[in-house]
Design a protein around this ligand. Sequence first.
Ligand SMILES: [Fe+2]
Length: 351
Amino acid sequence: MDISLLLHARILIIDDQLQNVRLIEDLLRQHGYHQLRGISSPQQALEQFVDFQPDLVLLDLHMPDLDGFEVLDQIQSRIPSGIYLPVVMLTADITRDAKRRALAAGARDFVTKPIDIVELLLRIRSQLEIRFLHLELARHNEQLQALVAERTQELEQSRLEMLQRLARAVEYRDDETGEHTRRVGDLSARIAAALGVPADEVELIRLAAPLHDAGKIGIPDIILRKPGALTAEEYDLIKLHTTIGADLLADGHSKVIQFAEQIARSHHERWDGSGYPLGLAGEQIPLVGRIVAVADVFDALIHARPYKAAWPIDRALEQIHSDSGRLFDPAVVAAFFEVVQYRQATAAVAA
Ligand SMILES: [Fe+2]
């Protein structure tokens, strides 16, 4: 390490004998160190430590009133964990026990009195080298952490984008803009929030719900886009989009794909057991499926489809209301109305 860097280090000297303090200051100054502060009153040690922000402390062990151990304790309490700030003890005669105690209390090294300048410079230099290497490492780690955070965000962004594009690909034959899937995602998330679902799961539902019809990828165009009424056989084929979608999304490792699988399989189940594919009833139907059922039907009603015109919103709301407890979970419908009324109220205010 470049010695000139070390010479800029801030060194705090604490010794109750003022002549010792001056002696050490002179010696260090002669050898190029210039940021020095010496004190002979250990009671001021903590205050001076906080004010001076040293890189290294030279601390006398034997002082009347407040000895080196107590000062060491005070100083250690102000050094954040993970920061290497060396305290070097100055001592005339040190027993093995006292040495052990000082090391346990956080001292990094010892210099024996009377002071040998070569020894003092050597100890200071090696302790400062360790401190500056630690600081450099900490800076490097911080940069790495920032880089990792940035990369993680990029990865998350591309993962979300892939999900959105997949949802859009699925709907492309019906709805080239992908707006239906996005709206069903948003409305499902709002309903989930109104039901008290935790915020992180609400966001997963927002991402997973647009994939509810993923299985339509396996349904032929001639049936999917048929303008007139479907035959019973054709309708049976359409129903398969739930299990095809669930199979496509099965065994996902991420929670969002697991939600998407549940939603794909259960969004056409009905509260009274009249739905498909399994004919589940009530709370047998996963909550996410019950939520998306309402959002999907409402959005389909108020927009035009190849086989029907768009319904006015009031008529669609009436329909959802009358199907509550029959086709839809009443609690989900209540949450849906909270969301819709809030949106209509804010839209009226905005208008
Ligand atoms: Fe569907």
